[in-house]
Design a protein around this ligand. Structure first.
Ligand code: PQQ
Ligand code: CA
Length: 700
């Protein structure tokens, strides 16, 4: 097995090393415990960044979305790809040092709300620690990739828990939460001994059944803010992304997720704040004991998670120096919270927000727009469940004073589900999510497309205003990295790796990545040379559901590393293969409409809205004929479950499967017909609908 020169150094990564944050390495998810993602390296800077080029690329084994932040220790990159495969690569060459594959059963893909993704590993005292989709926590030997311990973090037979987040480590403890609040689970965060994998403590984020007794005082308090029999469906509150250790104050902060089901009326029928959903909670890192909380979205009902990156900072606020948290959760506001006490200091909107007008300065509560709760009819909500900001990390430059946010501009119509039924192991959100229902489906599609965009936003927390904003044509772009070279790096959904002037937002460099980018870049130094690395491969929540057609086949998802003077090139993407569909099954509107509803309930989260997949998951409009011949065997009996496509007989019968198939073939034939239309006519229609959509933007 390959010999690393850094054996001793990997062994020395501990709480102090991470807190000290030496500039040449990238030792923790957000670089250091403060998670500012700022590097002091400046060999690559404004003056020479135009000279940046590809040093090497590494093909991972799959072509789904990549989200990981690599951990870099003296010339070695540790990262995760799809299906929780862990890779150790030589940072100079991209050479594979070792690989560990936990062999995740592909059937478990259905339990992952948002792609078979993972946000990375933690490295501590010679170990690489990783969480898996089937909710295991595994420690590997950093030198060899050999497994040291492997523990279950959740009872996945009873509840479909998953892990997509990167573990964090401090004081000899590994902290990890879980995902699953779209399915019906009760969220919690756990601490395990880094040497043995032994469970040390667990903190639930929402109360369980009062009849079983509450685990602690915090749960008893929380229960007073829930109504009905909330525990029956878990309640939600998963801690699926941000967990931050504050080495200055010796506190652990967790970002708590949405309610389960989303629709509060179903979950907690007489309302209530539903603590600790959509909150930042501070815990004692050694015991898991509750210290304080601040709830960002009381009575959450839109999938407005507070799981987004928690960034620690200091600032002067109204003349006083404060230790603060900067936070841009899904709900569209930028929060400043005192991290000693949890006191609310400020919240201002970073984009178009139509569910609340502002936050009350005295109470720290949002002033809501009543219709936004969709109790009296459907409502188009901005921002949507995709967030104004999601897990794609933001960064901060102490030189400019700006926080660089990958901003999402998106909207969904939320509609109450009257006849809600819980289905184990499926989406249980209690909401019909769709494009705005504006009568004409073509217009709805254009409206969504026109209003769903993105931006790189430079936000100034001192003034709580935007310093500048660079628009991106598409949404769901990559996380950001700020450096002392006066640069901000970001990859985009349309496959460009870019560098901007951190002060002005001028674009200074870009390079083609051949596939969309979601992951945040990192930078580090080896043998005196600075490198920038980013994982490329599009997917995740929006990538799967978005319904965006790619013009080529999808290449392997990759690790790309850039250096000054690099001249590497990526091969052209594979050709796209489209099979023409068989004829329509029926033109019966009732069948097609039923098929559409079922498709949205059980298929769209992976195969894309309107049956348009972004490519990595099969586009159902272009399947080879044999898939249509075997439709029921695949969709009901699950003959392809070893590839991740499980059978849905638990929720679909033959008649339902027929309706879904009919709807898919309707869309496939529409696509075939539209492809044979004249270009000028397609362009005209496009232009016409886009103009109307722009006008409608003003109304929403
Ligand atoms: O409520 C949850 O448990 C949960 C889990 C996850 C996840 O684990 O990836 C996501 C979300 N929610 C979510 O709301 C969301 O927007 C999201 C995006 C992504 C992604 O990886 O692209 N994951 C998740
Ligand atoms: Ca969620």
């Amino acid at each position: 097995s390959p010999v690393l020169t850094t054996e001793a150094d990997v062994a020395q990564i501990n709480t102090q090393a991470i807190a000290e944050n030496a500039p040449g390495n990238w030792l923790s998810y957000g670089k250091d415990y403060r998670e500012q993602r700022y590097s002091e390296l400046k060999h690559i800077n404004k003056d020479n960044v135009a000279d940046l080029g590809l040093a090497w690329s590494f093909d991972t084994d799959f072509n789904r979305g990549l989200e990981a932040t690599p951990i870099v220790v003296d010339g070695v990159l540790y990262l995760t790809g799809n299906w929780n495969v862990v890779y150790a690569l030589d940072a100079r060459s991209g050479k594979l040092l070792w690989k560990y594959d936990p062999q995740i059963p592909r059937e478990w893909a259905k339990m992952a709300c948002c792609d078979v993704v993972n946000r990375g590993v933690a490295v501590y005292e010679g170990k690489v620690i990783t969480g898996t989709l089937n909710a295991r926590l595994i420690a590997l030997d950093a030198k060899t990739g050999d497994k040291l311990w492997d523990v279950s973090t959740a009872d996945t037979k009873t509840y479909p828990y998953t892990i997509t987040g990167a573990p964090r480590v401090a004081k000899g403890l590994v902290f990890i939460g879980n995902g699953g609040a779209e399915y019906g689970v009760r969220g919690y965060v756990s601490a395990f001994d880094v040497n043995t994998g032994e469970l040390r403590w667990r903190f639930y984020t929402v109360p369980g059944n009062p009849a079983d007794g509450f685990e602690n005082e915090a749960m008893a308090k929380a229960a007073e803010t829930w109504t009905g029999e909330w525990w029956k469906q878990g309640g939600g509150g998963t801690v699926w992304d941000s967990i931050v250790y504050d080495d200055e104050l010796d506190q652990l902060y967790i970002g708590v997720g949405n309610g389960s089901p989303w629709n509060q009326k179903i979950r907690s029928p007489d309302g209530g704040d539903n603590l600790y959903l959509s909150s930042i909670v501070a815990l004692n890192p050694e015991t898991g004991e509750y210290l304080w909380h601040y709830q960002e979205t009381p009575g959450e009902t839109w999938d407005f998670t507070a799981t987004q990156q928690i960034m620690l900072a200091e600032m002067e606020f109204e003349g006083e120096p404060r230790k603060v948290i900067w936070h841009a959760p899904k709900n569209g506001f930028f929060f400043i919270i005192d991290r000693e006490t949890g006191e609310f200091l400020s919240a201002e909107p970073i984009t178009t927000v139509n569910w609340a007008t502002h936050y009350d300065k005295e109470t720290g509560r949002p002033v809501e727009i009543e219709a936004a709760r969709y109790l009296d009819g459907p409502h188009v909500v901005r921002p949507s469940s995709m967030g104004a900001h999601n897990w794609q990390a933001m960064s901060y430059s102490p030189e400019t004073g700006y926080v660089y946010i990958p901003l999402i501009k998106a909207l969904f119509e939320y509609k109450d589900v009257e006849d809600y039924m819980h289905h184990w192991g499926h989406y249980n959100i209690g909401v019909y999510l769709s494009q705005p229902s504006v009568g004409d489906p073509m217009l709805a599609q254009h409206l969504t497309k026109t209003l769903t965009t993105g931006a790189l936003l430079a936000w100034d927390p001192k003034t709580q205003t935007a310093a500048w904003e660079v628009p991106h044509k598409l949404t769901w772009n990559g996380g950001t990295l700020a450096t002392a070279g006066g640069l901000v790096f970001q990859g985009t959904a349309d496959g460009k790796m870019q560098a901007y002037d951190a002060q002005s937002g001028n674009k200074l460099w870009q390079s083609d990545t051949r596939v969309g980018v979601m992951a945040p870049p990192v930078t580090y130094e080896v043998d005196g040379e600075q490198f920038v690395t980013v994982l490329v491969g599009w997917g995740g929540a929006f990538g799967l559901i978005a319904g965006m057609e790619q013009s080529t086949g999808v290449p392997p998802s990759r690790v790309l590393t850039y250096r000054l003077g690099g001249t590497g090139e990526l091969p052209a993407n594979p050709e796209k293969i489209r099979f023409d569909p068989p004829p329509r099954l029926t033109e019966d509107e009732a069948v097609l409409s039923k098929g559409r509803d079922l498709y949205y309930a059980f298929c769209a989260a992976c195969h894309g809205t309107e049956v348009i997949s972004n490519g990595a998951v099969p586009d159902l409009r272009h399947l080879p004929p044999v898939f249509h011949e075997q439709f029921n065997a695949i969709v009901l009996d699950g003959i392809m479950s070893k590839a991740g496509m499980v059978g849905f007989r638990d929720v679909l019968d033959e008649e339902s499967a027929y309706a879904v198939h009919a709807y898919i073939l309707e869309r496939a034939n529409l696509d075939l017909e539209s492809r044979s239309q004249a270009e000028w006519w397609k362009n005209f229609k496009n232009w016409f609908y886009t103009q109307i959509a722009k006008l409608m933007n003003l109304l929403l």
